[in-house]
Ligand binder design. Structure first.
Ligand code: GLN
Length: 284
């Protein structure tokens, strides 16, 4: 079968099943499994694909039709133009989180050595992306899950930033005195922020495939922010920054916590859908 034909067959099955991102899912699935770029699907559409490969792609397409997200089928997902390997302990990195990366990059001099701490690193998407974008940056990535840290460390190796990457398995407070007394220039986090009682209303593709530890923000949805801000206030030097991804309705609450703990210069940034998505602040 020819490549163009194969792609259209998968896409049409996804469209017929009513998948909301049918075309994109088909493009990513077929191109990644064939190790091609998305544009090759068009430019090289007459390429002959072996029957065994067609059958394998058909099997993967069935998994998608059964409700498995493409990133989980492939075990990888693109974030900020780079490939991130996933395991079951790591949240799939989302495009919304790219807003957090841009916000930090726009406020950072790339020719200065800086230290960032990524709290709840998961796949390492935030820490590894910043290391790749900022050649003089060092990162410490914290997570409660050893499996997530193994995933993050693998991604640091994949993108050749592992010599500047350190993984720490701990929650934030318990790890402070053991690893790094100097304190960071930035504390950055996409913590779990969904209220426990609305978890069951999330899209089944999120709740069945993303780790609960990365989603469940406790009864208020704010528990992780409160812990991180309380700890950060004790160790951050004046003028250093904190940057959070937040849920669309959490800006005011997170801002209140930050002000209460001595942070100022607060900025709130929206995502591409126009929802509040990032909060930035400086230690006053
Ligand atoms: N943005 C995630 C979602 O789609 C939630 C991630 C988080 O809790 N940090 O549900």
């Amino acid at each position: 079968m020819q490549l163009g034909q194969l792609y259209r067959q998968v896409r049409d099955r996804f469209r017929a099943a009513g998948l909301p991102a049918a075309d994109l899912d088909a493009r990513i699935l077929v191109s990644t499994l064939l190790d091609l770029s998305i544009s090759d699907l068009i430019l090289d559409e007459r390429r002959e694909i072996a029957a065994s490969t067609v059958a394998e792609i058909g099997q993967k397409a069935k998994l998608r039709l059964a409700g498995m997200p493409v990133g989980r089928i492939l075990g990888e997902r693109e974030f900020y133009g780079r490939r991130f390997l996933l395991n079951s302990a790591a949240l799939e990195p989302r495009p919304d989180t790219e807003v957090l990366i841009d916000a930090v990059l726009h406020r950072t001099m790339s020719d200065r050595p800086i230290v960032i701490w990524d709290i709840g690193t998961g796949s390492g998407a935030i820490a590894v992306t910043l290391l790749a974008e900022l050649p003089l940056c060092q990162a410490i990535a914290f997570d409660l899950s050893e499996d997530a840290l193994a995933c993050a460390a693998g991604n640091a190796r994949l993108h050749d930033v592992d010599t500047r990457f350190q993984a720490v398995c701990a929650d934030f407070l318990s790890s402070i005195d053991t690893c790094c007394s100097d304190g960071p220039d930035w504390i950055i986090s996409n913590p779990p922020y969904i209220q426990t009682d609305v978890l069951s209303t999330l899209d089944p593709e999120v709740i069945h495939f993303d780790p609960l530890l990365a989603l469940d923000g406790g009864n208020s949805g704010l528990e992780a922010y409160v812990c991180i801000i309380t700890d950060a206030a004790k160790l951050m030097k004046q003028g250093t920054g904190i940057a959070f991804e937040i849920g669309f309705d959490q800006a005011a609450d997170v801002e209140k916590q930050l002000r209460h703990h001595g942070f100022g210069a607060i900025e709130i940034i929206k995502d591409l859908s126009g929802n509040d998505r990032v909060v930035l602040a400086r230690r006053a």
